[in-house]
Ligand binder design. Sequence first.
Ligand code: BMA
Length: 329
Amino acid sequence: MKTIIGASLPNIPWEEKPANYNEPMWRYSKNPVIGWNPTESIARVYNSAVLPHEGQFIGVFRADHKNGRANIHFGRSKDGINFDIDDHVIPWVDREGNPFPVSYAYDPRFVKIDDIFYVIWCDDMHGASIGMGYTTDLKNWVRLPNPLMPFNRNGVLFPRKINGMYKLLSRPSDSGHTPFGDIFISESPDLIYWGNHKWVMGKGGKGWWQGVKIGSGPVPIETTEGWLMFYHGVSTTCNGFVYSLGAVILDIDEPSKVKYRCGNYLLTPQEPYEVAGFVPNVIFPCQNIYDAETGRIAIYYGAADTYTAIAFCQVDEVIAYIKKHHEEV
Ligand code: BMA
């Protein structure tokens, strides 16, 4: 029986684990895949999300413009590694079809549910909040009402309804670079009305890497063990925050319940493109894609708020690692 419950993706971007490497997650040897100034108007692309589509790949990209403001651009790729990113922002409209541009937008997640592509991002609703919109044709982009009130970040929609409800993870916060933050879950029958909010997991643990705050990352992956979710955990040092990548397994029917939580991080800033850049020491995962047939997973992450990078893991190995290093927090 296959561990990932989902589609096959034989052309997933992939590279085998280097010989004599003992960690459960490894980096693409040609990282970063998107560097400085990728288009005329964009200075940096990071914290972005890619999906397979019609044998190729599409993505929504966090783009910091050359005036320093962040917005989201659409892009395409033949191989999931080399990207052709639009130089213009996604042209959002409201549900009546009137232009409805964002003031700023960052850290998008991208998920396909029932043939509709949803984008979830950090939006400006008189302060940081969750933005949500969709497209069915990758041409017309429609914004939905903000699902939650400010202040909030790191909205992540599950890839299917659970017990008839859409489920949204988020990280309630404040208006700044929040020195606190736990992950919560909300549900909705229609993506408009949200409620039944529950706490999922808090910062902390015996280690220090996730001691300051945590935030959901890529869209959770459905597996026979539960929802496999990568997330970011933040610690603080005398030189500022450090963002690492961790993993957790949530109950398949009641994802507010944590089954296993890995006490060790899976990636922490180490490579030159992770420790140096616009904001040093940041690994910020925003998307994963997988091949259910082989259990291969590719994770897209932002590095140092400057670059887009890819890491790889194998589902059974990463689940075994999470279980081995499970700790109650
Ligand atoms: C968070 C968000 C992310 C960013 C991270 C590190 O608060 O703003 O977009 O990658 O800080 O600077």
